[in-house]
Design a protein around this ligand. Sequence first.
Ligand code: URA
Length: 427
Amino acid sequence: MRNYILKMQKGEELGKEALQKIVGGYLSGKVTREEETDFLRAVCTYSLSEKDAIALTEVMLESGKTLCFKKRSLPYADKHSTGGLADSTTLLVAPIVAAAGVPFLKMSGRKLGHTGGTIDKLEKFKGLNPEMPIESAERVVDKTGAAIIAQSEELVPADKALYKLRDETGTVKSLPLIASSIVSKKLASGADVFVLDVKTGNGAFMESLKESVALARLMLNLLSSHGKKAAAVISDMDEPLGNAIGGALEVSDAIEALSGKESRLSELSLLLSSELISLAKNVRFAEAAAEAKRLLESGAAKAKLMEIISAEGGDLTLFSKEERDRLFFANAGTICADRSGYVKKIDCVSLGNLAREFESLGGYGIYFPKKIGDAVEKGDVLARFCGETPASPSFLARLSSCIVLQDAVCNPLPLFYEILKADPPSV
Ligand code: URA
């Protein structure tokens, strides 16, 4: 390992063979935990060239199975988000894209850090078990056009082992490590066109726009080096995307958006869906965007999500607003503005952690109606815990400290900052 690290210090490339020894060796036990940690630390310090990042992605990909779906008239689409707060876009993108006739099969994860996972949300539909074999997922796609299932254990075992070690050794934050981890899993899960939702802001993995753009570019290059078509949207994460934080409430927020409530959540979902439809059907963005909007506004996307949930064994009770309100929106404690002003800042990480903690005590989450730039009158509701058991005064105080008001007017945040594209190299 010493020689490899010396090479990295000198800025020399390692090459696929060496990376295979480093990663494969760790999986087989030939490389010790300490040696592998030294390698990860070296990547965090000296980074990797793009060529080595591509090689590392291949090594990770080759550590497990790659799925191959049956041929359909349009290519399979998939999306990935680097993780945001109140982000239930998958529950909108899957049905919009499927309603447009583009097959969509996504493997999702559970909650990570302060953000929620799509699988935790799906499990709010009684009876739905997202841990299904790929053959069953394909049958759901046959029937409905889309499936969302839990990440298969057989794909990219190297990522499982490396991610655990990165998490334990504080070596998560490295562009090539993050990009190869995400892209290897995307490549293994079999789709041909991708949209990446790369978040930027205080609630994102990458807080600065510069880092987020660099991560997006690297992921796009890794995907296009494997012949995949992809777009990346650099979207804002300096405030929660939707109005609800916590699995049950996020499901409710997504269904509201599918029922016609316009919000940043519906806007971003339309944008991500339009990118996928445009890439999969090879049509101009404006045409794809018009189709996505029509499918959302007509209720076709909502009907499609009901089909998908039903085909995955889920109960449809939550599609009734009365039932959602009855089940989830019991008031467990409200915080109100103690002054007038404008919403200046929202601490997304603390807010997310608070919602997770409240959920772990049996609560449903936090309803958060305000956005940056909103005018607030003294006494207005800023946020509300939803659950059967009242939130403690310390929970309310912590919620209160997540939101900063100021006297001066401030502008709302943009929904997104940039859209980047990658086409596979023509050979
Ligand atoms: N998500 C992943 O799957 N991998 C990372 O390294 C970071 C976020």
